[in-house]
Design a protein around this ligand. Sequence first.
Ligand code: AMP
Length: 280
Amino acid sequence: MREIKQIRELKATIGGWRARGESIGLVPTMGNLHDGHLSLVREAANRVNRIVVSIFVNPLQFAPGTDYDQYPRTLKDDCALLEPLGVDLLFIPDAVLMYPKPLADLTKVVVPDWSTTLCGEFRPGHFEGVTTVVAKLFNLVHPDVAIFGEKDFQQLRIIQRMVEDLNMPVQVIGCPTLRETDGLAMSSRNQYLSDELRSKAAALFRILEEIKSGVMQGDTNFAGIEADGMKSLKKAGFRPDYVSIRDQDLQAATLDSKHLRVFAAAWMGKARLIDNIAIR
Ligand code: AMP
């Protein structure tokens, strides 16, 4: 696995692969890797000749005063996890390389509407930061395939929409959420939880499962279900941002909706946890 920090070296390596007609898969991450991330790398391995993983804690997607500085950076451990999976190239740019100009002066990519709902409502500018960095990574790596997790389903759909709207020549694939044994979705932010809060946090998945069963049994009072979900989260010790039943295009559920999912974001102590599951 080559660890590359400079654009010139990145382009030379990728250019060599392209010249030989090899296909390339990209797995963008912020590092502090867990099995969820590794499942994306395995999916890439099934689809392409060359795997590129990027590790970049993207300042553009963190609002001031949030966890950018505390976000766990564990490069040595991450390399040890990636090497055995056959990753060809680990791209680890620093913030000055990605953003040589002040962030305020940067050209940005914005997917309207979908970026300002659900998590976008509570984290203004977050998805603009995500789409901008992912567009830059696509332009640097030119992947045939890029792999993202359904854990961040809103992010996955926003990136698919960016690719469609801007005719980017990359196929964006979503992979299922990997969970701990008690159901909590794996996440780097789970580390912010004390043992006590960690055991409480599993209630998030359980409440999503309860909502799913209600809808599967024919309850169509979506607003009522969402309000009850908020109450259940509060009772379980969370400070919920939202519980929302949406379709694949992040539109509010109606009686005619297809492919519903239930989405939630909630704070447990210092950790903002998000999760979603398909209702089917
Ligand atoms: P992050 O490092 O948090 O930016 O995540 C990098 C990629 O890993 C994103 O596409 C996430 O959706 C995905 N991911 C994070 N957690 C999980 C998980 N528990 N299962 C599957 N994919 C995940």
